[in-house]
Ligand binder design. Structure first.
Ligand code: FAD
Length: 426
């Protein structure tokens, strides 16, 4: 049993949705494109799962956040795929791939062959078991990567209003979930091993702004330690969390956000991997020229930094997908992907954007007791990264532009004084 397509997108997440839109814009014919996804629904904007989806009132629900609404583009519902002659194969896991034969084998036993494959398998949440702690299967321990996880989180959250949550991990999943739990009137304690939240991006000064704000909302922070074990009741539900520093936290719900691992396993030994992802060139093409990789799973050259990176951000998924499709459909007209890394988050009523690289020395600016503040990163005499909380559209555009220009910076004190004006006038 088998089907054959010209183009196959493996994975049905953010990158797949944006790739599909680009394929139709560039004139794919009916029956040429197939999308295979383990998820039961058409591609959607994953970031909604830790934000609007968790709101107690008027929560976001599909179909409202199918791709590509996150970039103010068309919303691609299952009907859209049908109308455009795209074969959407949901609820189907691919269990093996053969890039030499150009075939994929689904868990149901179907062989799907392609001329060109776009790998958009994203990443999976790391489990506590990978750090030597068992208990992830307990009914009130939640991860958050896909819609099924988000539905589960909502159900557990609703069953313990007024109760205690322990959030494991101080990255953006932990921060966004903690904010949502508070909005749902649950008492939150965050636990992470680093000295402050968002340690991969924030400086201590930026982090302390958010931590103070969270504390003002009742969130407690326990830093510099990790989970060592769970306590369970007779039904197998977690009742408390034990930490390595000896403390014990009662828990009605545990949310774990401790990082992700790209889904590369189908291609190990077949394609070149680098930095944990599938290595691609500036056309998003892998070491096999019939295979492209986009989104969280791809390690691509970031021209601006002169090195390869694997990014785990929605904007990079959208744009790498678009670029790969351009390179597939119009190779002569498509140059190298020239991407400015961009990442954002929204918590409570706050929201920030970050562009570039947080390498070198940070120069903080703005009002850290108010609503609008930020930082620039200066590396080897050039501005390489910019962060802004509470900016306007124009201000975010200005920091993006300034970061892309990589201007030379001679005087850090002067830069600090100029603050946002520097980006607005550069
Ligand atoms: P994904 O969207 O993860 O899609 C991968 C798809 O591949 C999934 O559908 C999966 O089921 C499928 N798949 C994998 N293996 C197989 C297989 N073997 N067979 C069939 N199908 C398979 N980024 C930001 O910049 N800002 C944010 O605020 C933000 N918030 C986020 C909130 C949450 C809760 C999460 C989970 C992520 C968030 N992100 C955010 C990150 C962003 O969503 C990801 O970078 C983006 O989804 C990556 O897109 P992708 O298509 O590469 O992977």
């Amino acid at each position: 049993m088998g089907r054959a397509f010209v183009y196959v997108i493996l994975g049905g997440g953010v990158a797949a949705g944006y790739a599909a839109l680009e394929f139709t814009r560039r004139g794919v014919s009916h029956g040429e494109l197939c999308i295979i996804s383990e998820e039961p629904v058409a591609p959607y904007e994953r970031p909604a799962l830790s934000k609007g989806f968790l709101l107690p009132e008027n929560p976001a629900r599909l179909p409202s956040f199918h791709t590509c609404v996150g970039a103010n583009e068309e919303r691609l519902t299952p009907k859209w795929y049908k109308e455009h002659g795209i074969e959407l194969v949901p609820g189907t896991r691919v269990k093996s791939a053969d890039v030499r034969r150009k075939t994929l084998l689904t868990a149901a036993g179907e062989t799907i062959s392609y001329k060109i494959l776009v790998i958009a398998t994203g990443a999976r949440a790391l489990k506590l078991e990978e750090f030597g702690v068992s208990g992830s299967d307990a009914a009130n321990v939640c991860y958050l990567r896909d819609l099924a996880d988000a539905n589960r989180l909502v159900n557990v959250m609703q069953s313990c209003a007024g109760g205690n949550a322990v959030v494991i991990g101080g990255g953006y999943i932990g921060m966004e979930c903690a904010a949502s739990l508070v909005i749902n009137k649950i008492n939150v304690t965050m636990v992470f091993p680093e000295a402050h939240c968002m340690a991969r991006l924030f400086t201590p000064k930026i982090a302390s702004y958010y931590e103070d704000y969270y504390e003002s909302k009742g969130v407690k922070f326990i830093k510099g330690t990790v989970l060592s074990s769970f306590e369970f009741d007779s039904s197998g539900k977690v009742t408390a969390v034990n930490l390595r520093d000896g403390s014990r936290l009662p828990a009605d719900i545990v949310v774990v956000g401790i990082g992700i691992r790209p889904n590369t396993s189908l291609f190990e030994g077949q394609l070149t991997l680098e930095k944990g992802g599938i290595k691609v060139n500036g056309q998003l093409q892998s070491s096999n020229n019939s295979v492209y990789a986009v989104g969280d799973v791809a390690t691509f050259p970031v021209k601006l930094f002169g090195e390869t990176r694997r990014l785990e951000h929605v904007d990079s998924a959208r744009k790498s997908a678009g670029h790969a499709v351009a390179a597939i459909m119009e190779p002569e007209k498509t140059g190298e992907f020239d991407y400015l890394p961009f990442f954002y988050s929204r918590v409570f009523t706050m929201s920030w954007q970050f562009y570039g690289d947080n390498a070198g020395e940070a120069v903080h600016f703005g009002d850290y007791s108010g609503h609008t503040f930020g930082a620039y990163w200066i590396n080897k005499g050039h501005l390489v990264g910019s962060f802004l909380e509470g900016g306007t559209k124009e201000e975010y555009e200005a920091i993006a532009k300034a970061t892309r220009l990589k201007p030379e910076i001679e005087d850090l004190i002067e830069l600090q004084k100029q603050g946002l004006d520097f980006a607005l006038t550069v």
